[in-house]
Design a protein around this ligand. Structure first.
Ligand code: FRU
Length: 527
């Protein structure tokens, strides 16, 4: 039995630093209130104004704008004929919607893909003064799919000469015809400086194919990468491939999203770290246990921005905050789904070798309004650490460092409880016996729309010898993103409380757990 059951018997709330206080956030104008105020609407995450969205696509930075294209069905809140929706942000926090960028055409609907700035005009589609923005995507031909043919997915390009505002499809599409594979999609392209050529990674059933090109038009297959498939693993989708520094070294990271067989069921994104010789990728650890980018159930098909200026140097990621098990059934009405917060990726190391960590980009600090410092102290069975934000939009960032006595032998479970006025609860916890971080969302609000939604989801976590563990979390109206120890373990989970979680409690099954440092920020809405 999980020790967590004990906390519900304790009804008296014990303050740590200050008893719960109430803050009234300033009133917003009526105009602001009318927009993006539907029930469950994310307040500081990107979501489409209306209708269905899935994967982020074509993420490219150009002239001060981070572009986000996305899989979009403009006529329904469930998946259908795909277009590329479009939005931009200049600060990774505030978004501007732009008109649909790519519409289906005679070759098919527009599946996932990427975009790059063709700085040298290698494609000849722009000019030296005005380099083209080139989108590389999969055309999915539904008519052909209905026949016995396997050839219905192929790769095409389109270009824009006006900062992504209008697009022309390349007349010679497709640029890579289908070789006879039913699953052949999601090209992610980048410039490979050492070889002065473009590199494409493409998902092909159970493997990643590597292609290269001098001009984004003529493509040559270089190699294939595959590894032992996990049990029940769905087809490979949405790869990404990029270098990251670790000290003096450079390692290459390959992302693979799988529609089924994720760490807690359904969709998930795994990664491999290794070396690239300009043609072939070799993983340091092709079979020794999967590394997941995110252990929560709701981060899928994520990729990174291309062309972030080298003075910035960051590798910035964004994922689709949903899971194919229930994406079409979540209880939002006008729109369906949101993206994760943009995250910066870094390489670290543990006993198994290199590992990828993700932390929210520093720009998210702009979201902070009030902050509350918690005094250090022992956790009780249940501490009310406040503040209770009396606002229609209880939005928080929580940053807590806990300390355990590494000598302690008894099983301890401790963590955070987010609670709504309606007593809906979401728990984020660590258990010393199972050595798992968990998020329990079975009582977090609406869960009845799918049997795959409620549950306790876990991530393996090895407590350091110092016995410290940091929980850094962002809480929007229908999501929680938990970054443990600077993003070595991440969990992204949707939740649907009636009107957000208005109070925060800490709990522990033993009083030997200390809160060493703690900050709570209330956050503002961006819409
Ligand atoms: C991943 C995916 C991609 C495909 C797109 C279609 O979620 O299945 O493989 O290109 O969605 O919308």
């Amino acid at each position: 039995m999980r020790t967590v059951g004990r906390i519900f018997r304790v009804l008296i709330m014990l303050p740590i630093a200050f008893s719960s206080c109430t803050i009234n956030k300033p009133d917003e104008s009526q105009t602001q209130k009318a927009y993006y105020t539907e029930q469950y609407r994310p307040q500081f995450h990107f979501s489409p104004d209306s209708m269905w969205m899935n994967d982020p696509n074509g993420m490219v930075y150009y002239e001060g704008e981070y572009h986000l294209f996305y899989q979009y069905h403009p006529h329904s809140t469930v998946w259908g004929p795909m277009h590329w929706g479009h939005a931009i942000t200049t600060d990774l926090v505030h978004w501007e919607h732009l008109p649909i960028a790519l519409y289906p055409d005679s070759l098919g609907t527009i599946f996932s893909g990427s975009a790059v700035i063709d700085w040298n005009n290698s494609s000849g589609l722009g000019s030296g003064e005005n380099p083209p923005m080139v989108a590389i995507f999969t055309h999915h031909n539904h008519a052909l799919e209905k026949t016995e043919s396997n050839l219905f997915q192929y790769q095409s390009i389109a270009y824009s000469l006006d900062k992504g505002r209008s697009w022309t499809k390349y007349a010679g599409n497709p640029v890579i015809p289908n070789p006879g594979l039913r699953d052949f999609r999601d090209p992610k392209v980048s410039w490979y400086e050492a070889g002065q050529k473009w590199i494409m990674v493409l998902a092909a059933q159970d493997r990643i194919m590597f292609y290269s090109s001098p001009d984004l038009i003529q493509w040559t297959k270089e190699s294939e990468f595959n590894a032992d498939l996990g049990p029940d693993e769905g087809v490979w989708e949405c790869p990404d491939f990029f270098p990251l520094p670790y000290g003096e070294e450079t390692k290459w990271v390959l992302f693979v999203s799988i529609g089924d067989g994720g760490p807690n069921g359904g969709s998930g994104t795994k990664y491999y770290i290794g070396d690239f010789d300009g043609s072939e990728f070799t993983s340091d650890d092709p079979t020794g246990g999967t590394r997941w980018l995110d252990y929560g159930k709701d981060n899928y098909a994520g990729v990174t921005w291309s062309d972030v200026p080298s003075e910035d140097g960051r590798r910035i990621f964004l994922g689709w905050m949903s899971n194919w098990q229930y994406a079409g059934h979540v209880p939002s009405e006008r729109w369906r789904s949101a993206m994760t917060l943009p995250r910066e990726l870094k390489l670290g190391k543990d006993e198994r070798g290199y590992l990828l960590s993700s932390i929210p980009v520093h720009e998210t600090e702009q979201l902070r309004t009030e902050h509350y410092k918690l005094e250090p102290g022992a956790l009780k069975e249940r501490n009310n650490v406040g503040p209770a934000i009396e606002d229609e939009y209880p939005l928080y960032e929580i940053d807590l460092v806990f300390e355990l006595n590494p000598e302690e032998e008894e099983e301890i479970e401790f963590g955070i409880i987010l609670e709504s006025e309606q007593h809906e609860k979401l728990l984020a916890a660590f258990n010393t016996r199972t050595q798992e971080v968990s998020i329990a969302r079975q009582e977090s609000g609406r869960t009845d729309f799918s049997v795959h939604f409620p549950g306790i989801h876990t991530a393996p976590y090895q407590l350091s010898e110092a016995g410290e563990i940091r929980f850094h979390a962002f809480i929007d109206l229908s999501s929680v993103e938990l970054f443990v120890d600077n993003g070595a373990v991440v969990m992204t989970e949707l939740c649907f409380p009636e009107s957000g979680f208005e109070s925060i409690h800490l709990y522990s099954s033993q009083e030997s757990v200390l809160l060493k440092e703690g900050m709570i920020y209330s956050l503002k809405r961006v819409w």
